[in-house]
Write a protein that binds this ligand. Structure first.
Ligand code: GDP
Length: 296
C-alpha cells in the first residue's frame, strides 16, 4: 500500500507521544528527529523536510502545548495540520473558463499515465454533466491515438484525432475549433511524452501552449518515481507555467515523497490523484484526507 513505510514510522513515533503525560522540550525534539528521518526515508525533498520540521518544532515547543493536559495529542495535531498545509491546504479546483470551452492541456513524461488520466478526467467531467472532447496530439508513441480512441469509446466521450501525419499544433487548434463548433464545454488535449525531458518535447509543448492558450496545464507525474517526479515537475513548471499536477499510481507502494514535496517545491497544487488503472480511479486531491491517511 502507498505510504506504508511512512505511515508505520509516524504512527510508532506518535504512539510513544500519546502515552506520555507531560512532555519536555527534549521529548518533542526526539520525536521530531524521528519524524525527520521517516520523511527523508519516504523520499521527501530534503529542504522540504527541513522547513517542515522547523515549523512543527516552533509551534510544538510553544507554551500552550506544554501546558496542555494532552501535549502528545497537540503535537500530533500540529503535524497533521502542517502536513496538510504542505500538500496545499485545501482542494484546488479545476479551472472553468467564463468563455467555454475550458481548455486543459495534459503534459508529462511517457508512461506517467497521461493518456489514461485524460480519459479518467473526461469521465469525471461527464459525471458532472459536462460535455468534454478528448484531443489526440500524441502522434509519436505508437498506438497512443488508438489508446485514446478506445478509452473514448468505453467512456462515450468523443475523441478528435487527425492521425499521425499532422503536426500536434495543428491538431490542437483544429480540436479546439471542433469543440467550439460542437458545443463542448471542456477540451482535454493529450500531448506527447518522452522518456526524458528534452528540448524538442518542450518546444512542441510551448508551441501548442501558444496556439491554444489553455486554461489549465496539468502535469501528470508518476508518484512511484519519488524525487524524480519533483524534479520533472520543477522543470516542466519553469518551461510551461503549470497550473496543477495529477499524481498517478498512488495505489502502488509509493513511498510518498512526490505527494509531499511537489507543491512545496514547485508551488503547483496537486489537483487530482489517480489510484488505479480503472477508469473511475481518479479523484480530486484533498490534502487533509491524504494527511489523515498517512497519519492513520
Ligand atoms: P502515458 O504514456 O503518460 O500516456 O501513460 P498511460 O496513460 O499510457 O499509462 C501508462 C501505464 O500506467 C498504463 O499501463 C496505465 O494503465 C498505468 N496507469 C496509469 N495511471 C495509473 C494509476 O493511477 N495506477 C496504476 N496502478 N496504473 C496506472
Amino acid at each position: 500500500m502507498a505510504f506504508e513505510g511512512l505511515s508505520n514510522r509516524l504512527q510508532s513515533v506518535f504512539s510513544k507521544l500519546r502515552t506520555k503525560g507531560k512532555l519536555t522540550e527534549e521529548d518533542v525534539t526526539a520525536a521530531l528527529r524521528e519524524v525527520r528521518l521517516a520523511l527523508l526515508e519516504a523520499d521527501v525533498n530534503f529542504k522540504v523536510v527541513k522547513e517542515f520540521v522547523a515549523k512543527v518544532k516552533e509551534r510544538a515547543i510553544g507554551q500552550e502545548v506544554m501546558k496542555s493536559f494532552t501535549p502528545g495529542m497537540v503535537v500530533i495535531d500540529i503535524v497533521n495540520k502542517e502536513l496538510t498545509a504542505l500538500m496545499g491546504g485545501t482542494n484546488s479546483k479545476l479551472a472553468r473558463s467564463n468563455k467555454p470551452p475550458t481548455v486543459i492541456m495534459m503534459v508529462g513524461l511517457q508512461g506517467a499515465g497521461k493518456t489514461t488520466s485524460s480519459g479518467k478526467l473526461s469521465k469525471l467531467l461527464t459525471k458532472e454533466g459536462r460535455r468534454p472532447l478528448l484531443v489526440a496530439c500524441d502522434i509519436y508513441r505508437p498506438a497512443a491515438i488508438k489508446q485514446l480512441q478506445v478509452l473514448g469509446e468505453q467512456l462515450k466521450v468523443p475523441v478528435f484525432a487527425m492521425g499521425d501525419q499532422v503536426s500536434p499544433v495543428e491538431i490542437a487548434k483544429a480540436g479546439l475549433k471542433h469543440a467550439e463548433d460542437h458545443g463542448h464545454d471542456y477540451v482535454i488535449i493529450d500531448t506527447a511524452g518522452r522518456l526524458h525531458i528534452d528540448e524538442t518535447l518542450m518546444q512542441e509543448l510551448r508551441d501548442i501552449h501558444a496556439a491554444i492558450e489553455p486554461d489549465e496545464v496539468l502535469l501528470v507525474v508518476d508518484s512511484m518515481t519519488g524525487q524524480d517526479a519533483v524534479n520533472v515537475a520543477e522543470n516542466f513548471h519553469q518551461q510551461l507555467s503549470l497550473t496543477g499536477v495529477v499524481l498517478t499510481k498512488l495505489d502502488g507502494d509509493t513511498r510518498g515523497g512526490a505527494a509531499l514535496s511537489v507543491k512545496a517545491v514547485t508551488g503547483c497544487p496537486i489537483k487530482f490523484a489517480a489510484m488505479g488503472e480503472k477508469l473511475d480511479a481518479l479523484e480530486p486531491f484533498h490534502p487533509e484526507r491524504m494527511a489523515s491517511r498517512i497519519l492513520g
